[in-house]
Design a protein. Structure first.
Length: 293
């Protein structure tokens, strides 16, 4: 099915959403989706999120970000106060400073096995380890968001049994390659080390995000929805990158941003305008108009 646009949605696309459809939950990615490129939330988006909550629709932020990077939206989550972080590896309470509610870790031995496999399959790969207590990385790892208090050491040391961080759950293993194309690196990573974790990506660079087996945005969102008695067909999801694909496929109604990765554009039931044009807000406004009409 060719996704419809929010600006020129066709009657056929309108009929793809049942006339009596009433969503109970909106799940939205952040970077490239809800947030503008300067990493801010527009006034229009803030108003749309609040209007959805007033209409009885819960909003979940579902992101690859760690809890410590959630300040940008912590003031805009209502009701339950929960968010899904680290691609499903953590549920946090934004009403309580990002306190961890639950985690789905990547076992250290599986992370080590993935490191070994990727070093062999893609020489030049460098690694970072995102734990519940913060991030540590190898000296060669690119300085995306360097933490001055982080330990810098080979991944094998960062993941070693009995090491300084042993026992602190690993939320994600990050793997960067300086030369490979991002999608090619993802395919290679899955082929070489997919037995040790779930591989995805959200960066425009060749940066892989590796979670525990079976851990994704979709798996944790499904669990949170089941706890609330919310079925997949009652969920509307928004995303833009490969790490959103499982969530978008699980939700009954899915929206790709106009700026989304081609795989996302080809895998969703609807399309909205870009994150720079407040595409999530535009779609929520239309949903609420239908409910009020």
């Amino acid at each position: 099915m060719t996704p419809a646009t929010e600006q020129s949605e066709t009657p056929a696309a309108d009929r793809s959403v049942p006339a009596l459809f009433r969503p109970r939950l909106i799940a939205t990615d952040l970077d490239g989706t809800l947030l503008r490129n300067d990493k801010t939330v527009s006034d229009r988006t803030v108003a749309a999120l609040a209007a959805a909550e007033r209409a009885g629709i819960e909003v979940f932020f579902v992101t690859g970000r760690p809890a410590r990077w959630m300040d940008v939206v912590s003031a805009h989550v209502h009701g339950h106060g929960l968010a899904i972080c680290a691609n499903g590896a953590a549920v946090v309470d934004l009403h309580d400073g990002g306190r961890l509610i639950e985690t789905c870790p990547l076992p250290d031995h599986q992370a080590l096995a993935a490191v070994e496999a990727l070093r062999h399959a893609a020489p030049g790969t460098s690694f970072a380890v995102e734990r519940t207590g913060g991030i540590c990385y190898e000296p060669e790892y690119p300085p995306f968001h360097r933490d001055p208090s982080a330990i810098i050491a080979p991944a094998e040391k960062l993941l070693a049994e009995g090491g300084e961080h042993d026992g602190t759950p690993v939320l994600k293993l990050l793997a960067h390659h300086p030369a490979l194309a991002p999608d090619a690196f993802l395919d290679l990573g899955r082929a070489a080390a997919g037995a040790h974790g779930d591989f995805t990506r959200s960066s425009p660079t060749a940066l892989l995000e590796i979670s525990g087996l079976g851990v994704s945005k979709a798996s944790t969102l499904a669990r949170c929805c089941a706890q609330r008695g919310i079925a997949p067909e009652e969920v509307v999801a928004f995303g833009d990158m490969p790490n959103d694909l499982d969530m978008l496929a699980w939700a009954g109604t899915s929206y790709a941003m106009a700026n989304a990765h081609p795989h996302v554009l080809g895998s969703t039931t609807h399309r909205t305008v870009s994150n720079e044009e407040d595409g999530v807000a535009a779609a929520i406004e239309r949903i609420l108009e239908r409910l009020e009409g």
